[in-house]
Design a protein around this ligand. Structure first.
Ligand code: NCD
Ligand code: ZN
Length: 345
């Protein structure tokens, strides 16, 4: 009998599935492992209004395999123009679960994001009143700041002032990558949570330069030193309810990654739950996987946990070289390699 583990059906609290042809290819990979996912709004053009969120949700529902109960949880893109009445209407509609704040220019499709923070307080106060979470891409955009320090500088210079001004606002630091971020979340009150990706748990920054430059290991926030990876693993397996699963699976066409100016984003959705399971197993912490993957996030958001369960067995599984969509392909994390676990139902 292979080793197996059954957990309550998990949620991916940070997922990029894009739109059009690529959506049809990548969405079933997530729907196969998760009961729900918080869908990122950084489309071109971005999902800046309730009307656009409804349209995007409809496109997702239509692309889902027929026999699935997968639930897309939608987010709105924070622009300088987003106001209190708009978030109130969006939250009341039952379509929108959270608002995502990208500092303008910080990452893929973030140009319409926020460049100054003084005018956004009223919107944040409305969100705090509603209990609607603010999701932050936590990196400063000042190009003079070293790329490996941008998360820490965001915490000190932007996040801490925001949280001081609106202390009741629920905030999720998305895809944390440093031991300083772990520490900051641990020391904060219960209004601060954080997602952690599988790739930041598995790789340190050496992976970007492994035997030559490795564009499929380039993401933002960029991979950090081994000491940071270790801090993230310890946080994830600790059982602390402030830390939960968010893959930041971010597919790009192969040509956009393998290019003179390659895009940031790693496509993990095909095998992300098995990848997380590898990490927890290595730390002898399989008993903590369910909290991290299935309970902490829903409880933080104040939404119902998913029904049902998923089972993984310990069985080496090959990861395909690529997946085709239209005339293009997307190359997954560990393409052509393998993962130690497999979702069986
Ligand atoms: C994401 C993408 O491609 O949309 N890229 C990434 O490197 N993580 C955007 C983001 O979450 O930063
Ligand atoms: Zn992301």
């Amino acid at each position: 009998m292979p080793q197996s583990i059954t957990i309550a059906t998990p949620t991916d609290f940070h997922l990029h599935i894009r739109d059009g042809e690529i959506l049809k290819t990548v969405l079933p990979h997530s729907a196969n492992e998760y009961g729900s996912a918080l869908i990122m709004p950084n489309l071109k053009p971005p999902v800046t209004s309730l009307a656009l969120a409804k349209k995007y949700k409809m496109e997702i529902l239509q692309a889902l395999p027929v026999d699935t109960t997968f639930k897309p949880l939608m987010s709105l893109y924070f622009t300088q123009n987003l106001n209190g009445p708009a978030v109130r209407e969006a939250y009341a509609s039952d379509t929108v679960t959270a608002v995502k704040l990208y500092p303008a220019g910080a990452t893929t499709n973030s140009d319409s994001g926020v460049s100054y923070y003084d005018g956004i307080e009223g919107t944040l106060e409305t969100m705090a009143e509603l209990g609607m979470p603010l999701l932050v891409h936590g990196e400063v955009t000042d190009q003079a700041v070293d790329i490996f320090d941008r998360e820490v500088r965001f915490i000190e210079g932007i996040l801490e002032p925001i949280r001081k001004r609106v202390p009741t606002l629920k905030v999720v630091m998305e895809h944390i990558t440093t031991k300083e971020a772990v520490q900051y979340v641990l020391e904060a009150n219960d209004n601060l949570g954080a997602t952690i990706t599988a790739h930041h748990l598995l790789l340190n920054r050496n992976a970007i330069f492994q035997g030559g430059i490795h564009p499929h290991h380039y993401c933002l926030p960029i991979l950090k030193r081994e000491t940071h990876r270790e801090a993230l693993v310890n946080a994830a397996v600790s059982g602390n309810k402030k830390f939960f699963l968010g893959t930041d699976s971010a597919p790009h066409p192969q040509g956009a990654k393998e290019s003179a100016c390659g895009c940031a984003g790693i496509y993990t959705a095909f095998s992300s739950l098995p990848l997380y399971t590898e990490v927890f197993e290595k730390k002898n912490a399989l008993d903590k996987l369910e909290g991290f993957a299935s309970f902490h996030g829903a409880d933080f958001y104040g939404i119902p946990r998913n029904e049902g369960s998923v089972t993984l067995v310990k069985e080496e599984t090959i990861i395909p070289d690529s997946f085709t969509f239209g005339e293009d392909v997307v190359v997954p994390f560990r393409s052509g390699g393998s993962v130690a676990w497999k979702v069986v139902g």
